[in-house]
Design a protein around this ligand. Structure first.
Ligand code: MV4
Length: 500
């Protein structure tokens, strides 16, 4: 057992607020750290202590290990939660935290390191009986060896950086002629990006789904909490996730779950982690990599399994047993998440900036809003573009989709272009509603990415609607239809307000 009373959150935005809420439910105090760009953020106000750590660039704030440890020391924090991104998967950070006598709320540094080296991870997974994509399990030594292996695997093949991951440092090679030049380019790019020129080959799996398994491990048990379907992505950025997957039967879940548990056990994993798999059209699945952190999309798993993953992370870090029932829990109902980002689909998903002038947050049955921003906040280009996650739960997938559309209708965010319109089109799309997904889905559907309509005009309409709603409430005077006209929803609602 390790004594923890006060947790420093080495992160910002929605995940910092998510962790602070979990700390408070665990009766722990929370210490926020913030850059000059985040001084007025909701997560800073929610924390019990808040420490400025520098100017907006992450390299001088959220990535500055010395500043984070100094903030922990100054506030008497005894644990550090890394969130996701920033330092969450840096083994050296986990070690520095522990060396300072603090509890790292995450896996042991050894597990982070083993999974961070992709060819080492492949070797360990094969030894543990976890299926991996056919390919090399050590960096390629020369072009001749690569050509021989590629012939054996069959084209197309994929060249990947040993130190890459998350889609970074990968390329598809379709012919033997392209192979040697691709290897050379990939190796020099990998050297630049990761300080490690190692590259290896895998068979390219065509049009698979991206299905990942949540695992949770304490000192006594390693369990899985089923899958998330994450195939709706663009350029390795996930846009929608759901649990369960429309493609996964209870039998497949049991087999993928067992593989993920074996993967975690092979590296002595502790805490929450995720094994990413490719699920091919023929039902075969292949381990890709393990994310040794809490993930953006963790809420969909929480909603169908009834487990608070961040609270369990905190419990496990303290040496307490996880509160997950023995046996194999099964998912209840359906959960879906939309990532609401400050990206403008009408401008090629270019990150947008501005002040959030008006925000109406969706609510009601089965709706969860995990956000890092509030009315009045400035959205800058210093950090990633995730503003909020809109998450719904319903008894089945069709009802979850309809509930998401209802919640998207309630959401009003004025002042910063977002991808809200894209989500509306997606959730109305017959192929999406049929669950016919793979990782190339959006490549085939430029019609969903393109904006129909004029965002500036939409913003004006939203402001007008907000003002009209406010005026109708304030005056208690019913807004009525034109004489002889049919009353619309707005005027009916206003009448109800007026009669109260
Ligand atoms: C692959 C693949 C096809 N075949 N490996 C992308 C992220 C990284 N974790 C591995 N990735 C892929 N590896 C083989 N052998 C296709 C992808 C891939 C992908 C995987 C998951 C989600 C989205 C993706 C988008 C493009 C490519």
């Amino acid at each position: 057992m390790r004594n923890v009373r006060r947790v420093l959150i080495a992160n910002r935005g929605e995940i910092a607020l998510r962790v602070i809420r979990a700390c408070h439910e665990e009766e722990l105090e929370a210490v926020a750290v913030y850059s000059a760009a985040d001084r007025t953020s909701p997560y800073v106000r929610a924390a019990d202590y808040a420490v400025p750590i520098g100017p907006p660039p992450a390299a001088e704030s959220y990535l500055a290990i010395d500043k984070l440890l100094a903030a922990a020391e100054a506030t008497g924090a005894d644990a550090v939660h890394p969130g996701y991104g920033f330092l969450a998967e840096r083994a050296a950070f986990a070690e520095a935290v522990e060396a300072a006598g603090l509890v790292f709320v995450g896996p042991p540094a050894g597990a982070i390191r083993a999974m961070g080296d992709k060819t080492e991870a492949r070797r360990r997974m094969m030894a543990a009986g976890v299926p991996v994509v056919p390919g090399a399990s050590a960096p390629m030594r020369d072009a001749a060896a690569a050509v021989a292996l590629a012939r054996e695997l069959g084209f197309p093949v994929m060249v990947k950086a040993a130190a890459g991951g998350g889609g970074r440092g990968m390329r598809i090679v379709r012919t033997e002629e392209e192979l040697a030049p691709s290897l050379a380019t990939a190796a020099s790019e990998a050297a630049k990006a990761f300080g490690d020129s190692g590259v290896y080959l895998e068979r390219f799996i065509v049009a698979p789904r991206h299905v990942e398994i949540q695992v949770l491990a304490d000192a006594n048990r390693t369990v899985h909490l089923g899958e998330r379907e994450c195939s709706v992505q663009r350029r390795h950025q996930k846009l929608v996730e759901e649990a369960p997957s429309p493609a996964v039967t209870p039998e497949l879940r049991a087999r993928m779950g067992a593989a993920a548990v074996a993967a975690a056990q092979a590296v002595d994993y502790r805490g929450a982690g995720t094994c990413e798999f490719l699920l091919a059209g023929d039902g075969a699945f292949y381990f890709l990599e393990m994310n040794t952190r809490i993930q953006v999309e963790h809420p969909v798993t929480e909603l169908v399994y009834g487990v608070d993953l961040v609270r369990e992370q905190l419990r496990i870090a303290r040496g307490l047993p996880m509160r997950v029932p023995e046996g194999s829990p099964s998912p209840q109902g359906w959960a879906m998440e939309c990532r609401i980002t400050s990206e403008d689909p009408s401008a090629g998903f270019l990150p947008s900036t501005g002040r959030i002038d008006y925000l109406r947050i969706p609510g009601g049955p089965g709706v969860r809003w995990d956000a890092g921003v509030d009315t009045g906040d400035e959205v800058t280009l210093f950090y990633d573009s995730l503003l909020a996650k809109l998450i719904v739960w319903a008894p089945d997938r069709p009802q979850a989709i309809d509930r998401m559309l209802r919640a998207l209708d309630e959401l009003v965010l004025v002042g910063v272009p977002t991808n809200q319109g894209f989500h509306r089109r997606l959730f109305s799309d017959p192929a999406f509603r049929a669950g016919e997904l793979d990782i190339q889905f959006l490549d085939r559907r430029p019609d969903l990415l393109a904006a129909a309509g004029d965002p500036a005009r939409d913003a004006e309409l939203a402001v007008a609607a907000a003002l009209a709603e406010d005026a109708a409430r304030g005056s208690k005077r019913p807004a009525v239809a034109e004489p002889g006209g049919a009353p619309g929803t707005w005027s009916r609602q206003a009448r109800v307000d007026g009669l109260r």
